[in-house]
Design a protein around this ligand. Structure first.
Ligand code: ADP
Length: 730
């Protein structure tokens, strides 16, 4: 019971805590990689946002440069001016001029060369305001009213007023209320993941003049939220638009709701070119898959080729090749707009147009007299201007680049062939003016984070293993030594009881015989001799017991032996004779082989069974064995003592016909205090010391004691001692 509760204590106090500790460390090792990736993503995301801001700003500068080069007063020779404009700026590919009613004044009808002809073919209907084109709109701007209404729930009163005014203006309070009801928590509360510094965010989202000044729809052909949001943008300060963009960027809950709203409205989201490994905000991957699918199917059905005659939805943007994993949803919604709609919203801008798979950029500016002048921007010059904004495209740690509408990098390190550009580490869309373009960052060695994390988790594993082995090993050692201590304490307690009992038995016999000798007066000499030899025998047993206890209490190996050459047969005969009267009195048949003087004592002409020994110690061994033979015999009371020698050793064998020793116990019985049956019910008293002391003495003499089964029943104990050779004797 005591040992069991000790084991339980060990499990509760040591094993369970160390298993918990190990599980915790292994779990944290597993998170190491995710944590390191998150850290890298946060840093790279800030760079990506900055790069996107730079690219957008460059689009603005391109417009400024184009405007600066174009001076077309009313009544001037526009053909000459436009030709000169083209010649003076590498950015101008094909200039054009429209009347205030969208009549094409330049290039001349049919075009003057193949370039102009193709330009008119591709853009004629759009410039003539007969066909719409696809433009992108930031989803946060499109759902600005709803986003601000949500923010009103959690933000201080300042936000509430414009949001409500906006709601009333568009007559859609129900939807706003519904979104507000669904909005729940504070927009900023659920924020997690990397966030760029706000200045950078500002530049990424608002840095492009094209975005703030040019195409935002306000047409009757794009009903619903698009129509609703346009006046807001016009009426509300730009700060509100930015607030909606920021709220959207920072709040995953708002994103989820806006995307859901957008999906229900059947909006067509732009499709992204990349599937970044790390998402800047926790937009669920499954949401993105759904949105992607909506965008795909919604686009196909309503497609009308560019160049058709009536105002109609424009051709869908070309679909990118399928990505290796679901791309996150785009932040841009596609709408169809006529040039008149776009131009009504500003004074100048750049309109990106997909002509089949090709993306062309049309610059336009409204002149003072109402005409619209502009050009198709020269592709190579435009791209190299944008590519020029990146200072360091690659470092030993990362590659930072801009991807065009096909997902191809504008700048790439020389040894980056074979890299999958569509799987950046982090990426962000650049903006409305550069549809499907992305700023993207890649790890130069994608495995470095994994291998760093692996090696640190390997260290944790090894430490956990060492912890485990030391806890288990140390614990087991402590436990087993505690168990051994408990066992020894128990055995010692039993030993004291047993010793006192064993000492009493011969003492009682001796005092009985002393009494007899005293009281009976003169006795027959034979009787007296018998009593005396019984007393001597009991005294010898008593001495043996005391010697055993003394031997036990001595340190191992400290007993001093009075060694000399002795004849083992003689020692055996002395012991047998000293015990004979007592044993025969108890009904034992005690035989010594060979009997003294028997020629068989020396078979094969060996010299006498001489050993070098302390005769008192050898007597103690034989007495212990004889005492056991007596104690563990029942009905068949035969004891045989045999002395034999061969070339190397002398053996003294004590055999009985007693209860025998089971095979598995034949070694254990030589341990200190070990008894096969220590119960009182066994009826045999003992200390468990006799055999251990016998073996110790025999081994101190260079021999041993062993036990084996005696054929025909009983057991046999063999004492083997090294024989004295002729030379030893001398
Ligand atoms: P004990 O004082 O118990 O006899 P020993 O060390 O002399 O101690 O013996 C150890 C155990 O070996 C005994 O308790 C007994 O179970 C077993 N044993 C010893 N001698 C014999 C024998 N001759 N026959 C059967 N069992 C024996």
């Amino acid at each position: 019971m005591k040992t069991r509760s000790l084991g339980l204590l060990f499990v509760v106090a040591v094993i369970v805590p160390s298993i918990l500790l190990a599980v915790l460390s292994i779990r944290s090792a597993g998170r190491e990689e995710a944590y390191m990736e998150k850290q890298a993503a946060a840093t790279l995301d800030a760079e990506v946002i900055h790069a996107a801001g730079l690219a957008s700003a460059e689009v603005g500068r391109v417009q400024d440069d184009l405007r600066a080069g174009l001076d077309l007063p009313a009544g001037a020779d526009y053909a000459r001016i436009l030709t000169r404009w083209k010649a003076s700026s590498p950015l101008v590919a094909v200039p054009f001029l429209l009347s205030s009613r969208y009549g094409i004044l330049w290039p001349p009808p049919g075009g003057a060369g193949s370039e102009q002809r193709q330009f008119l073919q591709e853009n004629g209907d759009f410039l003539g305001d007969r066909a719409a084109t696809t433009v992108l709109q930031n989803i946060a701007v499109r759902y600005q009213a709803e986003i601000l209404a949500q923010a009103e729930n959690a933000a201080p009163a300042g936000l509430a007023a414009p949001a409500r005014a906006d709601e009333e203006a568009h007559g859609s309070p129900a939807r706003s209320r519904a979104m507000r009801a669904r909005a729940g928590g504070a927009p900023a509360a659920g924020q997690s993941g990397p966030q760029p510094p706000s200045a950078e965010r500002q530049s990424a989202q608002a840095g492009a003049p094209a975005e703030s000044e040019a195409p935002v729809p306000s047409s009757s052909t794009a009903p619903g939220p698009a129509a609703a949001s346009a006046p807001v943008t016009r009426a509300a300060p730009a700060a509100e638009k930015q607030m909606a963009i920021d709220t959207f960027a920072q709040n995953p809950a708002v994103q989820t709701r806006v995307y859901e709203e957008s999906r229900q409205k059947g909006d067509q989201l732009s499709a992204r070119n990349v599937a970044p490994k790390m998402l800047p905000s926790p937009v669920a991957a499954d949401t993105s898959a759904t949105l992607d699918a909506v965008g795909a199917s919604g686009g196909g059905g309503t497609a009308v080729a560019a160049g058709s005659t009536a105002p109609a939805p424009a051709a869908p943007l070309p679909r990118p090749a399928p990505l290796p994993r679901p791309a996150p949803p785009s932040q841009f919604v596609r709408t169809s707009q006529l040039l008149s709609q776009i131009a009504s919203r500003g004074e100048y801008g750049i309109i990106p147009r997909f002509i089949g798979e090709k993306l062309v950029f049309l610059f336009w500016e409204r002149l003072k007299d109402g005409r619209i002048a502009g050009c198709q921007v020269a592709d190579a010059a435009f791209r190299s201007r944008i590519a020029g904004v990146l200072e360091s495209t690659w470092t030993p740690v990362r590659i930072l680049t801009l991807l065009d509408e096909n997902g191809s990098p504008l700048a790439a390190p020389p040894d980056s062939e074979g890299r999958d550009w569509r799987r950046p580490f982090v990426a962000r869309e650049i903006g409305e003016s550069l549809p499907r373009w992305e700023a993207a960052a890649y790890l130069t060695q994608p495995d470095s984070i994994t291998s760093q994390a692996r090696s640190s988790s390997l260290v944790i594993w090894v430490l956990v293993m060492i912890l485990f082995v030391s806890v288990a090993g140390g614990g087991t050692m402590v436990l087993s030594s505690v168990y051994a201590g408990i066992r020894t304490a128990q055995q010692k307690a039993t030993f004291v009881t047993n010793v006192s009992h064993e000492l009493k038995t011969p003492l009682t016999s001796i005092s009985l015989f002393v009494d007899l000798l005293r009281r009976k007066g003169p006795l027959a000499p034979a009787k007296r001799d018998q009593y005396l030899s019984l007393m001597a025998s009991e005294t010898e047993r008593l001495t043996r017991l005391i010697n055993n206890v003394l031997d036990f209490s001595r340190d191992k190996g400290s007993r001093r032996y009075a060694m000399r050459s002795v004849d083992a047969a003689e020692v055996a005969a002395q012991i047998v004779e000293s015990q004979r009267v007592r044993l025969e009195g108890k009904g034992f048949e005690l035989t010594l082989h060979p009997a003294a003087g028997d020629p068989a004592a020396n078979p094969g002409g060996h010299p006498a069974p001489g050993v070098r020994a302390d005769p008192e110690a050898i007597k103690q061994v034989l007495l212990n064995l004889l005492s056991n033979a007596e104690k563990y015999s029942k009905d068949r009371r035969e004891i045989d003592v045999e002395v034999a020698r061969d070339a190397a050793s002398v053996t003294l064998t004590v055999s009985d016909r007693g209860i025998g020793v089971p095979e598995k116990e034949r070694e254990r019985i030589f341990r200190e205090f070990y008894r096969v049956d220590d119960s009182l019910a066994s009826g045999v008293q003992g200390t468990g010391l006799g055999l251990s002391i016998a073996r110790r003495i025999a081994r101190d003499h260079g021999g041993d004691v062993t036990c084996e089964a005696r054929p025909g029943g009983g057991s046999r104990f063999i004492v083997r001692l090294p024989a004295v050779t002729g030379e030893d004797g001398e």
